[in-house]
Design a protein around this ligand. Structure first.
Ligand SMILES: [Zn+2]
Length: 304
């Protein structure tokens, strides 16, 4: 999606334009950004995405915290046709590494809807962090494996393990670029990297490890159990555990997105004249809003 602002076109998580806005560093948003010299994004986003571009601002626009991962922002803009707020991916609640999204009133709201199905309803983060901590403490003589994406969720679970459980987890080298950028921006993360002497030392006893959701499954846990001769269990940490069976021992609904109810609350808070849903299936949300308003207030947009 493109916005015309102050004589230039701004691409919303889209490189094909005069100046792109990059909401955050997840790979499904960075398309077409590699060759850009100037991007409207935070320094942290540019570093996490390994881009060479300069972080710039643009007249008539404002970056607002999105609460999704480190550096993530929403874009508020004054276009010829009125004000617009684009959320990118966002979470309204304060997390252990990020503050919740900052709302700002706009005529048109372009909002993500990854969890736009009413069956998604996440407990408060504090509750989920405590549940995770309880499970880790209950299984302190076992090997525990968490499935988390390298950027965002890995750093959140490291912090939960550090602060709630006093545990230093074993992490993969692939997550280290992201871990070090988080640290550079003030989020201290105690961890050891698999393959190092420190990790070998930690792995002599029971330990907690983090790997990608593709690896952190029951089959890998049973291989770990055989190799280290102690019980091993794997946990999924994702909003999707509320809908799908994932070949894991336990699932925690820890998401860095807003759930169905939070998305609707955010729409009310922004109080726009028009809502467009992107990044997900917004059909349930669209129906809920249009029914409530009695007009064609919400629609489905093509994801940027
Ligand atoms: Zn994302």
């Amino acid at each position: 999606m493109i916005l015309p602002v102050a004589g230039k076109t701004i691409g919303l998580d889209k490189g094909k334009c005069d100046v792109p806005f990059l909401s955050h560093a997840h790979g499904d948003h960075t398309g077409g950004m590699k060759r850009k010299e100037e991007i409207i994004a935070t320094e942290a986003t540019i570093e996490l995405a390994r881009l060479n571009a300069t972080s710039v601002t643009h007249p008539g626009t404002q970056m607002l915290n999105a609460g999704h991962i480190l550096g993530s922002t929403q874009l508020w803009a004054e276009t010829d046709g009125g004000t617009v707020l684009y959320t990118g991916d966002f979470r309204t609640e304060d997390g252990i590494c990020t503050k919740g999204a900052t709302p700002k009133q706009a005529d048109r709201l372009i909002i993500e809807c990854t969890y736009g199905d009413p069956s998604f309803s996440f407990p408060p983060l504090e509750e989920t962090y405590s549940e995770i901590s309880r499970w880790v403490k209950q299984n302190q003589n076992s090997i525990l494996l968490f499935g988390a994406y390298n950027l965002g969720k890995t750093q959140e679970i490291i912090k939960v393990l550090n602060d709630y459980c006093g545990v230093t987890p074993v992490v993969t080298p692939e997550s280290e670029h992201f871990n070090s950028v988080y640290e550079k921006h003030g989020v201290k993360l105690d961890r050891v990297v698999v393959g190092t002497d420190e990790a070998e030392e930690v792995m002599r006893g029971s330990f907690v490890a983090i790997n990608t959701p593709r690896i952190a499954r029951r089959s890998f846990a049973s291989r770990l159990s055989q190799a280290f001769n102690r019980p091993a269990y794997c946990a999924g940490i994702s909003g999707w555990v509320q809908k799908y069976r994932m070949n894991i021992d336990i699932g925690f609904p820890l998401s860095d997105h807003s759930d169905f109810g939070d998305i609707l609350k955010y729409v009310d808070l922004i109080n726009p004249k028009e809502v467009v849903f992107v990044h997900g299936d917004g059909s349930h949300l669209m129906r809920a809003l249009n029914k409530r308003k009695g007009t064609l207030f919400a629609s489905l947009g093509k994801s940027p």
